[in-house]
Write a protein that binds this ligand. Sequence first.
Ligand SMILES: Cc1cc2nc3c(=O)[nH]c(=O)nc-3n(C[C@H](O)[C@H](O)[C@H](O)COP(=O)(O)OP(=O)(O)OC[C@H]3O[C@@H](n4cnc5c(N)ncnc54)[C@H](O)[C@@H]3O)c2cc1C
Length: 460
Amino acid sequence: MAPNSADVVICGAGIAGIATAYHLSVWQGIRSVLLVDERSPLTFTSDKSTECYRNWWPGPGTAMVSLMNRSIDIMETLAGESGNVFHLNRRGYLFATADREHLDDFRTAAAEPATLGAGQLRIHNGQQDVGPYIPPQPAGFAGEPDGADLILDQALIRAQFPYLSPETIAVLHVRRAGWLSAQQLGMFMLERAKEQGVRFLSGKVVAVETVGGCVQVVHVAYPGGEKTIFTNIFVNAAGPFLWRTGTLLGVDIPVFAELHMKVMIKDRLEIVPRGAPLLIWNDTQYLPWNEAERALFAESDADRRLLELFPAGVHTRPEGGPGSTTILILWDYHERRTEPVPNPPLDPLYAEIALRGLATMLPQLRAYFGRMPKPLLDGGYYVKTRENRPLIGPLPVAGSYLIGALSGYGIMASSAAGELLAAHIAGVTLPDYAPAFSLARYQDPAYQALLEDWTDSGQL
Ligand SMILES: Cc1cc2nc3c(=O)[nH]c(=O)nc-3n(C[C@H](O)[C@H](O)[C@H](O)COP(=O)(O)OP(=O)(O)OC[C@H]3O[C@@H](n4cnc5c(N)ncnc54)[C@H](O)[C@@H]3O)c2cc1C
């Protein structure tokens, strides 16, 4: 291979680009792969994530559940191979609700993924015999249950989750779920790919030339120069810059970006148990302010929003090994489409709002009201299609491909997404779910009709 050529050039060394390089080189035997990024690998979106995973996804169809099941299979294999260097656990996602009015909706939503291949739903209501509820192990994943446990038995909820609000009337514990170190997973795949010959080039892809409608040359700019790379295959794995990179080929990729934030605090009182699953409050809520605070906010145009109804979905999990007291808190209370920029602007009130919201689920957190531990804030972009499904497959220009729109699930999906794109490029048999993630799906009138009534994005 000439130094200025490659069989495949991948723009973007986030988790998606790296997973693609790994599957191309290790499993498809395509070793002349050049990963190009203007940043260090895994440093734009892929290091901002909560690093959680689950196979529990809604329809329509089985595609999302199948993709996630496959991704988790691959991650479990890699964990086995590497001595679990990326700390894959299986603590699960625990959705909790206190909303009697919407309990039927909660039950219906809980039941759907079970019909799509995500595993059995066991309902613990003190009447049916579904066997005992099995609490999760804090580390590792072997031997853990799959499917999900819907617990309606109040005594069981109080016994297993005494830290949840006493108002809680139902919890759904999704079991093929947990978290991992995305950085370690990414670096493990990158190292394996490099062993097979994959190279990394630091620079920005600024142009892609085609000849006769086929990819021919990729131009990479770096401080002090520009490199010309000859290739017939170009992969757009540019994360938040997916759309912009599409324009280099004259392709309009139907995606948009939203800024999402997360905050880390030291939970010095260990209110979130260190062995807890990911804890998610499923209800909308008004934030717990005192009367003086309410009166103050009511007077200010800027602060009045703090008195409005906030959406469902505030969540938290413990982070770090023995000795750590850190928790991560996320709450997408103000999803907004926005143009991605290199240093996203962060809401200074985010930490306070997220903590208040979380205290509705975990009332003991009120101990931190007015004495908030020093928050560490960061954020990144969810890149989404309108129905929140990814784009993985060929682009209309011959030799060009994309892997992206991985929204808030790119860490969990990247292993299967990279495998799928590598299969497209290598021209081998594709899995059944491939068409559900191709750009070409939007040309299908039946899919267009489906989009009209698409309501559940499945996103936390
Ligand atoms: C707050 C938050 C929480 C999240 N939580 C979870 C979670 O719990 N579980 C989960 O699975 N996912 C989660 N996600 C989503 C996940 O992080 C993303 O889906 C995933 O990281 C996207 O990976 P990517 O490789 O597509 O993009 P990125 O990681 O952004 O990588 C794209 C790369 O392309 C490079 N690039 C772009 N344009 C060019 C160019 N022209 N030339 C050279 N390089 C270029 C960029 O520098 C960047 O490094 C979360 C995201 C956020 C923001």
